[in-house]
Design a protein around this ligand. Structure first.
Ligand code: FS2
Ligand code: SF4
Length: 517
């Protein structure tokens, strides 16, 4: 097997025997086979408008191969057969070999891989938008354009151009998902979320899919079961159409990489709607359920029947386990019991005047977007320390699961605005972009001239598509960590440094000094 798509890849180079994430070689081979089948499907579509079913297969297929989503060779095998069948219905196409993906000039392999991984990330976003009823032809068509490109030969410059074109398409896709979420669940509002778990039966919902959470909230109404979010589901508390359910109580645990410890012996059911699933331990395996494209051998999967799901097995398990007999005080990483979320573009731009005045008066010196994925490496303490050491006249915008390193800290307010503002999930990077563009208009300057610095942490492929969007928008001086992606060759990294001044993180002190001067 060979896989180097995420930040924890073996030796910082590639997993070749077994995945650090727990992915076994048979699953890795199947995932490669699936990617090849999808290139074949794109070839068969050949620039024409794909049908709705063809698009669905493309999105499902790509999403399935993202880190910590699907560990099940059997379900991947079924998907491959469906893709092959669809390809043949469209008149067939030449096979594409996985060797073609990883072989050739190292810089070309690097650019090709970066595009493939970005496309995987965007597929997850397009998939979520789709289940909430939003789809966009331009975005859909680009999946086929991009996937077909892997079977073609392009110069370095052409690959770079494709990456930038993709970045702008992913911006459209994130906008589409924002529209899907806000039109279905309302505009997020600032909301306090407790980490204390009430006594009695409960279900913990993880992943990014708000549509699954809504269905589960409806199906558990009046049943004496409380619902808690986990990881990337935390921002759900800010959406009016979800927070209106009184049994959506709070947030359980911290970021994905702590689940094997945090879930152990907990008397509750766990539902994974998307990544990040880790191989479950025997102490809690019987209570973990999957849905959507998430799958793990031996876990019960909740299927979708015409957009509806029956969560009865999850509900029955929660009732059987019964929860804790007394309220359980759980805390965030730093000991806090209260988290805030709901600062999407609707909220932040709603107080734009206040923000602009605070910048003009000097009350706010600088904004940092400290966001992205979390992970297990000790180097990720950088992000906690960065937030703790950021001067009191600075604001921390944040998003995605990396925030669990510091979202229980109380670091005060500036003029009534909390110094840490959680904008949402990773896809809500769209909110951050919207706010940055609005501020640049208000101050009549380029985005790069704003008192704003992006300090990003990456782990899986959604971070790749977001980074490409930021670069395509011409955003420079991004700090990135905890390590440089293995799929960036030295020359590709040099180009990114030259063109965009991408800077690997060093220490919080040094980076803060460099940024604030
Ligand atoms: Fe975190 Fe995992 Fe959002 Fe990523 S919960 S690393 O999927 O997409 O961020
Ligand atoms: Fe390794 Fe990451 Fe690939 Fe898993 S997803 S096999 S950890 S590179």
């Amino acid at each position: 097997m060979f896989c180097f798509q995420c930040e924890q890849t073996a030796g910082g180079k590639g997993c070749t025997k077994v995945g650090v994430c727990g992915k076994q070689p048979d699953v890795a081979y199947k995932q490669d086979e699936l990617i090849c089948a999808l290139v074949g499907l794109a070839r068969a579509v050949n620039g024409n408008k794909p049908s709705d079913h063809t698009v669905e297969l493309m999105l499902k297929g790509l999403f399935t191969t993202i880190t910590n989503v699907n560990f099940n060779a059997e379900t991947i095998g079924k998907l491959i057969s469906e893709v092959e069948e669809e390809k043949n219905k469209l008149g067939g196409a030449d096979d594409f070999s996985v060797n073609a993906l990883w072989s050739g000039d190292s810089d070309i392999v690097s650019l090709r891989s970066t595009l493939l991984l970005g496309i995987k990330g965007m597929a997850a976003y397009a998939y979520h938008a789709r289940v909430s009823g939003k789809s966009n032809d331009e975005v859909n068509n680009w999946f086929f354009k991009g996937m077909k490109a892997f079977g073609e030969s392009h110069s370095l410059e052409e690959w770079l151009n494709l990456l930038m074109e993709f970045g702008m398409i992913n911006l459209k896709c994130m906008e589409l998902l924002d529209e899907a979420n806000t039109s279905a669940y309302g505009t997020p509002v600032p909301t306090k979320v407790t980490t204390i778990i009430e006594k009695g039966p409960f279900i913990v919902v993880s992943g990014h899919d708000l549509c699954d959470l809504k269905q589960l909230l409806e199906q558990t109404e009046g049943k004496g079961i409380n619902i808690y979010t986990h990881g990337e589901m935390l921002p759900a508390h800010g959406y009016p159409e979800l927070k209106k359910f009184p049994h959506l109580k709070g947030n359980f645990g911290t970021a994905w990489q702590n689940q094997q410890k945090e879930f152990s012996d907990v008397p509750a059911a766990f539902l994974f709607t998307t990544n990040c699933l880790m191989p479950p331990k025997p102490s809690y395996m019987d209570r973990v359920f999957t849905t959507e494209v998430v799958s793990y051998p031996g876990l019960v999967h909740i299927d979708d029947v015409d957009g509806k799901k029956d969560f009865t097995p999850v509900i029955e398990k929660a009732l059987e386990l019964g929860g804790w007999p007394e309220d359980k005080i759980m805390t965030g990483i730093n000991g806090g019991t209260e988290l805030m979320t709901g600062f999407g573009h609707g909220t932040v731009l709603g107080v734009a005047d206040k923000v602009i005045d605070a910048v003009k008066s000097g009350a706010i010196r600088h904004f940092f977007l400290v966001g992205g994925c979390d992970g297990a490496k000790p180097g990720r303490n950088y992000y906690t320390e960065f937030v703790q050491k950021a001067p009191k006249d600075t604001i921390i915008l944040t998003l995605a699961c990396g925030k669990f390193r510091f979202n229980d800290l109380n670091i005060g307010e500036i003029g009534g605005l909390p110094r840490i503002m959680d904008m949402g999930q990773c896809n809500d990077a769209y909110s951050a972009i919207k706010v940055a563009i609005a501020l640049s208009k208000a101050f009549e300057c380029d985005v790069n001239e704003l008192p704003l610095t992006l300090v990003l942490s990456w782990y899986e492929q959604k971070a790749v598509c977001i980074l490409l969007t930021l670069l395509a928008l011409g955003i420079k001086n991004i700090y990135i960590g905890p390590s440089v992606p293995a799929f960036f060759s030295q020359n590709v990294l040099n180009v990114l440094v030259d063109k965009f001044n991408i800077t690997p993180i060093t220490t919080p002190e040094e980076d803060l000094k460099k940024i604030l001067g």
